[in-house]
Structures are given as structure tokens and as C-alpha cells.
Design a protein around this ligand. Structure first.
Ligand SMILES: NC(=O)c1ccc[n+]([C@@H]2O[C@H](COP(=O)([O-])OP(=O)(O)OC[C@H]3O[C@@H](n4cnc5c(N)ncnc54)[C@H](OP(=O)(O)O)[C@@H]3O)[C@@H](O)[C@H]2O)c1
Length: 333
């Protein structure tokens, strides 16, 4: 049961990032709950929905880097989800441009949302302690949060570490590396502690915020029930898949070299791998757990989250030609 529910009468919801890993899943979750959603999709893309929704979503073509395309998308909306980042591209030059693009996109959106009189916004950013020297990616995620909260719109910020789910960039890196390599030679940053969370739990928090009024205008850390290193996550993946794997720490591997190596072994582009890999140096652990009181849900352990992701991969086209059997013991499900 989620505390203090608002009236479920039609809310006009704008979903940015609707074609992405989290955005598309959130669209299904909101649709299941009976909400009607307007999706902002870039003109170069299309929203490919393999399983039909209950209610056909409204599609508006626009780009956060094109301010002229935003007023139409925001017109008449009560809440907007901000699930956009600009990492990507196959070259380092494209990679380095993401911070400026993300700053511009957030400023454009805040300005347009203020002008449209949008009442509420919900943004999903990244965990990471600002007293730590944050990576470019994590610092940029926090900057976006500050830009959005500086406007007139009441903005809720959820901050997460790695999200475990089929198609999530960080999870796919773990999956491909463990599937393909019997011995994983890893730089020391794979031993950094983090608090990953299952995609299903993230969707419950994102949609729960819509209904829990007390989350309006506030920031919350969201994390799973375990604090683990990335090496632990790889071991858990191997265990769930019944694979025998060794993780061997190697000192002094340059970050760019590891990113290119990961890029060669996985379908994740260098433009995403490099900023994510750089961020693995930063601890990503919840500073507080207040959201657990406001939106009480059952937090999935990482073994169960990996198993769910594998089950989903097995149903889809999946680029990895391995049999996605899951060896998770019953007591861990
Ligand atoms: N995945 C994780 O493990 C994780 C962990 C913590 C936090 N988060 C946060 O969750 C949010 C969503 O991440 P994700 O994993 O879903 O990323 P994703 O799968 O890469 O999706 C990114 C989305 O942003 C859209 N986008 C990019 N630039 C845009 C622009 N200029 N205008 C409009 N849309 C644009 C993309 O649209 P196109 O299809 O047109 O490219 C895509 O829909 C981000 O804020 C991220 O920091 C993710």
C-alpha cells in the first residue's frame, strides 16, 4: 500500500525518454495503472511497442535540444517525467559532448516547463556523494537535478546506482563480460561499493511518486537491499547462470583502455561505456532511506533481479546467443 494516495482521476502525464530502457518500461507501468500518457519522442526515432498498451499513448515529436518543440509537448500537462541523458556515440569526441548537451537539454526543459506552468516534475538521476570527486557522468546527473529544481516546477529527484534489468547499459556490460570471459581481469574500481536496484523496484518508486504527494519537490535516494561491489555483482550473475568464473584484480589499467576493451566485448557503445566506467570509481550508496517509509515496497535482491532480467532477455530477440537458463535457488527468489 502506498501512503496518502492522490485522486486517480485522469492526470496528464508527459513522459520524456519514452524510447529508453526506463522510460519504455514506465510507460507500461503507468498504462497498467490506468494513466494516459503523452510521450515525447525525437523526430528521428519511433516508439516501438511490441506488446500493445491498454490505452494508445499520445506521441509528440520533439527534442530537448530544440526549445521550439517543447511548448506543444508541455501544453496541458500536470506532471512530466524527465528520463533523458545524452551519453552515447561510438567516438570519444561524441562522448565528451554529453555534459554540455545534458545541461542544455535540462535548461531548455526547465524554461519551457516554467512558461507552460507545469505543476510537477519527476527526475531519475544518479547516486554519488558530492564530497567525493564525482565522475563527469555522475556530476552531470546531479547538475541536471539542480537545474530542474531551480525552476518554478515542484521537482522530485530520485537518485539510483546501477539499475538491474534487461537492456540497461550497466547491467548489459556485466552480462556480456561474464557470459563471454571465463577469467575476468578487472581494474581495482570493480571493488567499489554500490547499491544496485531492480528495475521493477525503480518503476514502483517512479510511479509511486505520482501518487504519494509528500514526495513533491523533494529528493530521495533509492537502492536495493544489498550493498555490493561490481565484482560481487559479476559473481552473482555467474552464480545465477551456473557459470564458473574467476575475477582477478589487475592494478593500473587506464580508464580509456578498459572502456575500449569493454566496448569490444559488449554491444554497449564506447560513448556510454566510458562515462559509466569512470563513475565506477565513486561509491554509490544511499545516504538515507526515507522513500521506504513513503512508498513501502518489497525490495528485490540482486540475484532475483538478475533472474528476472534473464527471463526477459530469453523472451526477446537478445543479441547474445547463449541459453538464458537461470540457476537461482528457490530460497533466493
Ligand atoms: N540505466 C541505469 O542503470 C540508470 C541508473 C541510474 C539512473 N539512471 C537514469 O535514468 C534515466 C534514463 O536512463 P535510461 O537508462 O533509460 O537511458 P536510455 O535507455 O539511454 O534512454 C535515454 C532516453 O533519452 C532520450 N533522449 C536523449 N537525448 C534526448 C533529447 N535531446 N531529446 C529527447 N529525448 C532524448 C533517448 O531518446 P532516443 O531514443 O531518441 O535516443 C532515450 O529515450 C537517466 O536520467 C539516467 O541517468 C539510469
Amino acid at each position: 500500500m502506498i501512503g496518502k494516495k492522490e485522486d486517480m482521476s485522469p492526470k496528464n502525464i508527459l513522459l520524456t525518454g519514452a524510447t529508453g530502457f526506463i522510460g519504455k518500461r514506465l510507460l507500461y507501468r503507468l498504462d497498467e495503472k490506468g494513466y494516459r500518457v503523452r510521450c515525447l519522442v525525437r523526430p528521428s526515432e519511433s516508439l516501438d511497442l511490441k506488446i500493445p498498451l491498454r490505452h494508445e499513448p499520445e506521441i509528440i515529436y520533439g527534442d530537448l535540444l530544440d526549445p521550439a518543440s517543447l511548448p506543444k509537448a508541455l501544453e496541458g500537462m500536470d506532471v512530466a517525467y524527465y528520463l533523458v541523458h545524452s551519453m552515447g556515440g561510438r567516438s570519444i569526441r561524441q562522448t565528451l559532448a554529453f555534459e554540455e548537451k545534458d545541461r542544455q537539454a535540462a535548461e531548455n526543459f526547465r524554461r519551457a516547463a516554467d512558461l507552460a506552468g507545469l505543476p510537477r516534475m519527476i527526475y531519475l538521476g544518479g547516486l554519488g556523494d558530492i564530497t567525493d570527486k564525482l565522475s563527469h557522468h555522475l556530476a552531470s546527473r546531479q547538475e541536471v537535478g539542480r537545474i530542474l529544481q531551480a525552476g518554478k516546477v515542484q521537482t522530485t529527484i530520485l537518485r539510483a546506482a546501477v539499475i538491474v534489468g534487461a537492456g540497461g547499459a550497466a547491467f548489459e556490460i556485466v552480462r556480456y563480460l561474464v557470459e563471454r570471459l571465463p577469467v575476468l581481469l578487472c581494474p581495482k574500481w570493480v571493488y567499489t561499493e554500490s547499491q544496485p536496484i531492480a528495475i521493477d523496484n525503480v518503476l514502483s518508486y517512479l510511479s509511486g511518486c505520482l501518487e504519494a504527494q509528500e514526495t513533491t519537490g523533494r529528493s530521495f535516494d533509492i537502492g536495493g537491499p544489498q550493498i555490493v561491489s561490481y565484482a560481487d555483482l559479476m559473481r552473482m550473475y555467474a552464480r545465477v547462470r551456473g557459470l564458473k568464473r574467476s575475477i582477478v584484480g589487475v592494478p593500473m589499467v587506464p580508464m580509456k583502455l578498459s572502456a575500449y576493451w569493454v566496448n569490444m566485448l559488449t554491444p554497449v557503445p564506447a560513448g556510454v561505456v566510458l562515462p559509466l566506467a569512470e563513475g565506477l570509481r565513486n561509491k554509490a550508496i544511499c545516504r538515507e532511506n526515507e522513500i521506504r517509509e513513503i512508498i513501502p515496497i518489497r525490495l528485490l535482491n540482486m540475484e532475483a533481479a538478475i533472474c528476472d532480467a534473464l527471463a526477459e532477455e530469453a523472451q526477446g530477440p537478445g543479441k547474445l546467443l547463449s541459453q538464458q537458463a537461470c540457476f537461482l535457488p528457490e530460497d533466493l527468489k
